[in-house]
Design a protein around this ligand. Sequence first.
Ligand code: THG
Length: 266
Amino acid sequence: MEIVGELINASRKKIRDDIKEKNHEVIRQVAQDQKDHGAKFIDVNAGIFVGKEPDYLSWLVETVQETVDTPCCIDSPDPKAVEAALKVHKGTPLINSISLESDRYNAMIPILRDSDLKVIALCMSDEGMPYTKEDRLKIADKLINSLVQNNVKIENIYVDPLVHPIGSGNHLGNEFLKSIETIKREYEGIHTICGLSNVSYGIPKRKFANQVFMSMAISKGLDSAILNPLDKRMMANIVAAETLIGKDDYCMNYVEAYRNGLFDFN
Ligand code: THG
């Protein structure tokens, strides 16, 4: 499982103030903590600062990369902000994201064409958010084909089928899980990703619900996720779930996690 650390996100009140005040030390610490707990990418999101997003997002990339050698996941619906962040980013980031919304799609394709960038293909279109597996697959198929036609490698594409809150419909968890399974089966070599915690909006014990849903998604082939790597129980569940579906030869990762104290909770 490739973990994208979600904590540097301006939708979190504390981080919003730290970004506004350009508080270097706090941002650096949050980046370091997430790396130390297994993040392979550090998500940076300044989406609530309308108009100032390109400036803040570039500052976040620079600040994270002063601290850790981990690449960023550049999280913005605004191609101008993505471009600004990309200018200062060292190494290969994960672009979050392209979608089938025409303005975003048309602005993102030239950035991605012939590049070695990694990119999240988010299942959204001008018709809004998809709810069924069929609607997600239609969008995913168009995005994957056009990215490949534009010379983006299949292994650099991370499809995000979009997680909805389970409180808004009984079937929504299953539709998401079926999407992961089908995408992994039909597009060999592709990655799948999601922002898991959307599933628990509006219900109690969110962390617990997120952890259970993660195990279910792993069983369908989810291979990366945007989440809080400081959630110890979540990280333990991931190791165990991957071992239990056969992605851990001789249970070596499981045993190592045990030895490192990852399972020390009750
Ligand atoms: N797909 C893709 N990118 C995404 C998402 C997605 N980026 C943003 C988001 N969804 C993933 N990131 C977060 C970051 C924080 C939280 C959830 C998802 C979160 N915040 C607490 C809350 O909302 O209750 C805030 C608590 C706090 O203030 O700390 O849970 O789906 N491609």
